[in-house]
Design a protein around this ligand. Structure first.
Ligand SMILES: Nc1ncnc2c1ncn2[C@@H]1O[C@H](COP(=O)(O)OP(=O)(O)O)[C@@H](O)[C@H]1O
Ligand SMILES: [Mg+2]
Length: 339
């Protein structure tokens, strides 16, 4: 289910609680797709990165080759915020009159720890990857942070688009106002230069135009991300979970949250499923898990669901990941479809 669905998409998100196997599933899926001949970029957005551990190498902010056709990135939230603010600072300093540079720095220093800053910076980076990625990659696989975080992130493009929209409207109003003033001859950068005054770095008209194109570019990025996330032909979102009480309840909640933001869940992956035929203890576990899975099925009767067995050893290294990918291709439990 997972592999066949992913092979027809450009973007795959893997979500779920910590420790359920998101990184293992995302890595195995990315590797299988690369082995099938697609160019794949695997991106970890979870601040608790463990891609590097699984692949037994150091992965950073720039693409690192893991296998033929497979590159990986770990987005570092602190560095992303710093880079994001540096870029905003650059733009602001260029656009604002020079005597306000101190204010710009103060504003940026405060923004560093503002609520939502990490998420906004992370989203900016995801939007950039989703926008530019298709030039070099056929598939982007996002290994995301635990549930609540991901759902909030998915709701952000909407909010940030609205916010950017508001800024644009305000900016357009002030531009019209500025133009009216200029027509009255009160605010004329060219005139100031002609009079031998110090040439300003940007005239008010230049500034308006620069701010506008910055905001337009940003809005375009978020709209593109929003459209990509909401398009089931391009994007698939999978939830990985364990067949336990809380993970099942959280999965039902995550599914509802995603649906509220207009994102279809493509399927559920029940990982670490205890075997029925490996002794009494595990058989009892298997039966207990079946009770929790029944709750899941009641709540989400039509979603494709796939079980992945509990393994004797951790999934570490390319060979183990390739073997794990083999398990992901196994027959899915058919969903009780009503349509
Ligand atoms: N089916 C499985 N059987 C046994 N161990 C597994 C299985 N899937 C994942 N693991 C192990 O569980 C741990 C957590 O997996 P990981 O993919 O890092 O989870 P997450 O990214 O969701 O936190 C790792 O040690 C991994 O090797
Ligand atoms: Mg992980």
């Amino acid at each position: 289910m997972l592999l066949t669905t992913a092979s027809a998409r450009r973007v795959v998100f893997i979500g779920g609680k910590g420790g359920v196997g998101k990184t293992s599933v995302a890595s195995a899926l990315a590797l299988a797709q690369a082995q099938a001949g697609r160019r794949v970029l695997l991106v970890s957005t979870d601040p608790a990165h463990n891609l590097g551990h699984l692949w037994q190498c150091t992965i950073g902010a720039g693409p690192r080759a893991l296998a033929t056709g497979l590159d990986a990135i770990e987005i570092d939230p602190e560095a992303t915020v710093a880079a994001h603010l540096a870029q905003v600072g650059d733009a602001l300093r260029r656009l604002m009159p020079s005597h306000l540079a101190g204010e710009v720095d103060k504003h940026l220093a405060l923004s560093q720890d503002a609520p939502g800053m990490h998420e906004a910076a992370l989203l900016e980076r995801i939007a950039e990857l989703v926008h530019d990625g298709p030039e070099r990659y056929d598939l982007l696989v996002f290994d995301t942070a635990p549930s609540g975080h991901t759902a909030r992130l998915m709701a952000l493009p909407e909010m940030l688009t609205a916010w950017t929209e508001g800024l644009l409207q305000r900016q357009e109003r002030s531009e019209r106002f500025g133009a009216a003033l200029r027509n009255l001859g009160r605010d004329d950068g060219v005139g100031a230069r002609a009079l031998g005054g110090e040439a300003p770095s940007a005239t008010p008209a230049d500034r308006d135009q620069a701010i506008r194109s910055l905001l337009h570019r940003r809005r375009h990025r978020f709209e593109h991300l929003r459209a990509t996330l909401a398009d089931p032909a391009r994007t698939a979102f999978f939830i990985v979970l364990a067949a336990e009480r809380l993970p099942v309840l959280e999965t039902i909640e995550l599914h509802a949250q995603l649906q509220r933001t207009g994102i279809e869940v493509a399927g559920l992956l029940v990982n670490k499923r205890a075997p029925r035929d490996a002794g009494e203890f595990l058989a009892a576990r298997h039966a207990q898990e079946a009770v929790h899975l029944a709750t899941l099925r009641d709540a989400l009767p039509t979603l494709p669901l796939q079980e992945v067995p509990l393994l004797g050893a951790d999934v570490v290294g390319a060979a183990a990941l390739a073997a794990f990918a083999g398990l992901l291709g196994e027959a899915a439990t058919p969903a009780a479809r009503t349509d």
